[in-house]
Each structure stands twice: as structure tokens, then as C-alpha cells.
Design a protein around this ligand. Structure first.
Ligand code: NDP
Length: 331
């Protein structure tokens, strides 16, 4: 019966090497065979969705395709006892929205092992306010805390500070008592960054390439969401024993550094993956975000869009112009 159900989805197609998305009607039978059928209520926009929607084959091999690496919804059918019909679940990462039809459609079908039960007392729109970006921010913060980062050690830098991941990092760290230095290319968003809790806002030129392999230590710790040359420069400015979590590549995937920050200052570079980690690690961060790690300013500034607004919002990610979190509402 469910297989005959029709639903709306935003589908990206390729014509003569050009990729464009539009709303179409699909059937549940078009979705891949799997354990759990979910009626998606909300999704969330991420840089990776913008890559998928623009034809990046490193993210999505085959088109037509429905992106959306995040989804919150109600379980309609389940062939696995771990997930029950009627349950509210969050699905992020794994292959969702990459080569599996994603959250920009009103239905998805996924393995039971991808479904995190909704934390108590939370609602779907809040979960998607955080989405993969919030989860990644939580993981970045966890990593530096586990490596021993403490507020009294000094300033913590956050790069890509107005972005989806960076903005949550700023608020989360400031809520934990850290003096956050937001590194941002958007001077006009300084007041938002201060509202999120940044003690200082500096331009991207604070991390302009320098020839010297080490610079005067400015930051005790850092979270880098951009990669490339800014990460290499940040590592040169970290105090002895400090840690930097890194999760992104908007400034480039290459990291040209020397070993000096690591062997002369004992700096830790900590990689963060939010996609393929065990489900229980994701669930632990969701629980924190639904509780003591809640970020009310990010929640308040989150924008909600409809499917027809996807092209403009996804385009902003590719231009580095996106600010904060964006939720896709299917209602
Ligand atoms: P956004 O586009 O929302 O944020 C990125 C921010 O980086 C921009 O807002 C901008 O902030 C800054 N920026 C953009 N271009 C450049 C540039 N060329 N040089 C320096 N800074 C730049 O993306 P997200 O926050 O969603 O994602 C950030 C990164 O993290 C992406 O690479 C994404 O793929 C990655 N990611 C990785 C995950 C993982 O599991 N490892 C999960 C989620 C995301 P400002 O203007 O303030 O400087």
C-alpha cells in the first residue's frame, strides 16, 4: 500500500552537463528497498547538500537524485525491531542524501541502523535546527574537551564562524565558558557573532599565509571548519599543548604545514567525522544538544525555508555567503 503513496521531492537532474533541481511527484516505490520508511517532516541544509545539488561526483555519483543529508520524521513502516512505526527519528550522515535519496523529499527509506530515536522533550524542528552541522559542532567541541581544553588556558579560535558548523561552535564554546575568537570573512555579521557569545571577531586576514613555520601563540585551542591555508596558519598560532579540531574543506582540502607545531609545541590536530561514526556516538551528542549544550541564539536565528527556496539557499553555501542554520520544512 505504502509503495503506491505519492509524495513531493526536490529532484536534481543533469542536462548537457548542467545540474538543476525542481519539485517533482515521486512514488514510495521509487525509493531504495530498505528497513525503515520515514515520512520526513524537516531537513536541514549543509554544504554537502550544495555540492550534491551542483553535480559534485565526489558526493553523488548518479543523477537524477534527491539530496538532503539530514532528516527528521515519523516512522511509517519498519522491518527491524529496533525501530517502531510511529516513532520519531533523526537520520543524519551515512549515505543519506549522497547516493541514497535524501531529506529533500517527503519520504526516505533507510537501514534501521541509521535511525536515532528523538531525544526526550525535543521537537523535530529543533533537531533540524542543529542537523549535521550542529552534530559536527558538538563533536568538534567534544574532541578538544577530551584532549584537555579548558577555558582558563586562554582564547579558542573558531574559523568559518558564521557558517552552519562554526556558528554553533561559537555559541557552544562560549556557553562552556571559553573566550571565543570568531574568525570570519563577514564583517557585517560581527554583531551576530557577538550575540552567539564571541569575545572577539577578527577577519580571515588573521590567518593570512606567513612564511615562518611557527608564529607567536595567540590561541590556546581552536576549531577549524574551513581547512586549507587558514588551518595551516592556525596551527602555527596555537599555544604549547593546545588542540585543534578540524572538520571542513571550504578553503581547500590541501594542508601544507610543517611538523614544527606538533613536535616543538605538542599541538594536537584532531579530525572530526560526523558521517560514518557509530550511531551511539551520534545519539550521545544529540542528547547533549537537546539538554545542557542547547544553543538558544542559534535556534532563534535559524531560518526555515520551503522546497522552492532551495536553489538560492544552496547557492549561497557554494559562494561562502551562507549564514547560520537553515531548516527545510516540508509542510
Ligand atoms: P557553511 O558554508 O555554512 O560555512 C562555511 C563558512 O566558512 C562560511 O560561512 C564562511 O564563514 C567560511 N568560508 C567560506 N569560504 C571560505 C574560504 N574560501 N576561506 C575561508 N573561509 C571560508 O558550511 P558548513 O558550516 O555547513 O560546513 C563547513 C565545512 O565543514 C564544510 O567543508 C563541510 O563540508 C564540512 N563538514 C564536515 C563534516 C564532517 O563530518 N567532517 C560535517 C559537516 C560539515 P565566514 O564568512 O564567517 O568566514
Amino acid at each position: 500500500m505504502a509503495n503506491e503513496t505519492e509524495f513531493k521531492a526536490w529532484l536534481v537532474t543533469e542536462n548537457d552537463g548542467q545540474f538543476s533541481g525542481e519539485e517533482v511527484i515521486r512514488k514510495v516505490s521509487d525509493l531504495p528497498e530498505d528497513d525503515v520508511l520515514i515520512r520526513v517532516r524537516y531537513s536541514s541544509l549543509n554544504y554537502k547538500d550544495a555540492l550534491s545539488a551542483s553535480g559534485n561526483r565526489g558526493v553523488t555519483r548518479n543523477y537524477p537524485h534527491t539530496p538532503g543529508i539530514d532528516a527528521f520524521g515519523d516512522v511509517i513502516e519498519s522491518a527491524d525491531d529496533r525501530v517502531k512505526p510511529g516513532q520519531h527519528v533523526i537520520v543524519t550522515g551515512y549515505d543519506l542524501g549522497m547516493n541514497t535519496d535524501g531529506g529533500f523529499g517527503e519520504y526516505i527509506r533507510v537501514p534501521a541502523g541509521w535511525c536515532v530515536p528523538m531525544p526526550d522533550g525535543w521537537d523535530g524542528i529543533k533537531a533540524m535546527t542543529y542537523g549535521t552541522a550542529g552534530l559536527t559542532a558538538g563533536l568538534c567541541v567534544s574532541k578538544i574537551l577530551m584532549a584537555g581544553a579548558k577555558p582558563e588556558q586562554g582564547k579558542v579560535a573558531v574559523t568559518g564562524a558564521t557558517g552552519a558548523v562554526g556558528s554553533v561552535c561559537v555559541e557552544l564554546l562560549s556557553g562552556l565558558g571559553f573566550d571565543v575568537v570568531a574568525v570570519s570573512g563577514k564583517a557585517d555579521q560581527a554583531s551576530l557573532l557577538e550575540e552567539l557569545g564571541a569575545k572577539e571577531v577578527v577577519g580571515r586576514d588573521a590567518l593570512n599565509p606567513e612564511k615562518r613555520p611557527l608564529l607567536k601563540p595567540v590561541f590556546a585551542n581552536g576549531i577549524d571548519t574551513v581547512g586549507g591555508a587558514p588551518l595551516a596558519e592556525l596551527l602555527k598560532q596555537i599555544s604549547p599543548g593546545g588542540s585543534v579540531s578540524c572538520c571542513g574543506l571550504v578553503a581547500g582540502p590541501q594542508l601544507e604545514t610543517t611538523v614544527l607545531p606538533f613536535i616543538l609545541r605538542g599541538v594536537n590536530l584532531l579530525g572530526v567525522d560526523s558521517v560514518e561514526i557509530p550511531l551511539e556516538d551520534k545519539a550521545a551528542v544529540w542528547k547533549m544538544l537537546a539538554g545542557e549544550w542547547a544553543c538558544p541564539v542559534s535556534e532563534q536565528h535559524c531560518r526555515t525555508i520551503a522546497r522552492r527556496e532551495l536553489p538560492e539557499s544552496l547557492g549561497a553555501f557554494l559562494k561562502g555567503e551562507s549564514v547560520g542554520k537553515i531548516v527545510l520544512d516540508h509542510s
